[in-house]
Ligand binder design. Structure first.
Ligand SMILES: [Zn+2]
Length: 97
């Protein structure tokens, strides 16, 4: 997917968060600290509250992109650029140019 396609498919931060949730959590949101499934609904700041350990978390908690201060939408762009660069590299590598 190129940047324009990503921008159209994930026009808002919430759409990007939902995408990351589908990739990372499948259909069940679980606490990244103790794997509890006793989770409240998504807060207005896109964080969840674990009713067992009382901690707040987001879909990026426990990942390398957590605390980067970049929106997840921006990370989708970055991952797309990296993926495209790898495809181009493989294409030229096998083409021998
Ligand atoms: Zn928890």
């Amino acid at each position: 997917m190129n940047l324009i396609e990503i921008s159209n498919k994930y026009p808002t931060e919430l759409e990007a968060i939902k995408h990351f949730e589908s990739v990372r959590c499948n259909k069940t949101i679980t606490c990244p600290y103790f794997k509890s499934k006793n989770i409240g609904s998504r807060n207005i700041d896109y964080h969840y509250h674990c009713k067992d350990c009382q901690k707040y978390f987001s879909v990026s908690t426990g990942t390398k992109i957590h605390n980067t201060r970049l929106e997840l939408k921006t990370w989708l762009y970055v991952f797309s650029l990296i993926t495209d660069a790898k495809k181009d590299y493989q294409h030229y590598k096998y083409k021998g140019t």
